[in-house]
Design a protein around this ligand. Structure first.
Ligand SMILES: Nc1ncnc2c1ncn2[C@@H]1O[C@H](COP(=O)(O)OP(=O)(O)OP(=O)(O)O)[C@@H](O)[C@H]1O
Ligand SMILES: [Mg+2]
Length: 298
């Protein structure tokens, strides 16, 4: 069964609900992220969920936190629920495998995006202006082609309901200050490059990704949020990759196709048929297995 909502009653204060995660406050310095099985497509959350999606995303973030821990510190404390406060342990069924206890930080108000390949809003801008987030890039690029080198392409972190806006790195420096902007750019490129080189050996192209960073009381930058999951990144299959066209989404293509074929894209409250949910679930399992080389057992 898919879990689309958590309910810990009053054992911990629920401080936010994202498209996918429910966030609880454990104490002043600790948060509990619970990844549900909610799925969004075309920016709308489906009514039903995808079995195991939250657990898989949680495990993927955990995998990357470990692989990338030599580059910078991160917020992960543990994914082991036995370290959670006693009061929430009775909700074990909702939490096991899908929760992450993290240190709480002041968040830098910037979507730290790195793009290795030209697609999406970057491709759109390039076609009309020849630039990407206002940055000049090589002429005559084809859709989905790799940039000469990955680029830092930040966007604003919009308030609820608003859309993030693509900005030039110089604008990012105005928002978070030059020192932090330079630091996050360097870290994000290092993180992306290491992940990309790893993923390609597993047959997955990480076309782009979004990081978030926090700052501790000493001013040290810490990697937070989810990391390099199919929800925060574009994963493409290397074996079907081809420039000159858009690429299928590794995980959501089946769902997107079903939505568009049935004229349901962008509509609220859509319920996916079992077959669509099942197929999509299989894609997440496949992504996990392919990327980590581990078997999946829910
Ligand atoms: N260690 C941390 N300390 C404090 N806040 C954090 C930490 N890690 C992540 N966050 C914040 O927690 C929030 C996570 O929200 P979440 O990603 O679930 O929803 P959202 O960003 O509002 O929407 P979406 O589902 O579209 O991503 C973000 O605002 C993120 O900046
Ligand atoms: Mg988010």
């Amino acid at each position: 069964m898919a879990l689309t909502n958590t309910n810990l009653e009053n054992s911990l204060p629920l401080i936010a609900k994202g498209k996918v995660r429910d966030i609880y406050e454990v104490d002043d310095s600790t948060l509990l992220f619970v990844a549900t099985d909610r799925i969004s497509a075309y920016d709308v959350i489906m009514k039903n969920g995808i079995k195991d999606k939250g657990k898989i995303l949680n495990q993927i973030s955990k995998f990357w936190f470990s692989l990338l821990s030599d580059i910078c510190p991160n917020h992960l404390i543990t994914t082991d629920i036995s370290s959670l406060p006693e009061s929430v342990l009775k909700y074990k069924d909702q939490l096991e495998g899908r929760s992450m206890l993290v240190r709480k930080y002041k968040i830098l108000p910037l979507e730290v995006i790195v793009r290795g390949y030209i697609t999406g809003s970057a491709w759109k801008e390039y076609k009309t202006k020849g630039t990407v987030h206002g940055i000049a890039v090589r002429p005559n690029m084809k859709e989905s082609e790799a940039f000469d080198a990955p680029i830092f392409t930040p966007s604003t972190k919009a308030e609820l309901g608003d859309h993030d806006e693509n900005i030039h790195p110089s604008e990012a420096a105005k928002i978070i200050g030059e020192k932090y902007a330079a630091e996050v750019e360097e870290l994000a490129l290092k993180l992306y490059n290491k992940a990309r080189e790893y993923a390609i050996t597993k047959g997955i192209i990480i076309a782009d990704t979004k990081f978030e960073f926090g700052v501790d009381t000493e001013g040290t930058i810490v990697l937070v949020d989810e990391v390099l999951t199919p929800d925060s990144s574009r994963f493409w299959r290397a074996d079907t990759y081809e420039t000159g066209r858009g690429q299928d989404s590794y995980d959501k293509q089946f769902l997107r196709n079903w939505l568009t074929t049935n004229d349901l894209a962008y509509k609220d409250g859509v319920e996916m048929p079992d077959e669509v949910a099942q197929k999509t679930s299989e894609k997440y399992v496949e992504a996990y297995v392919q990327l980590t080389g581990q078997n999946w057992s829910s």
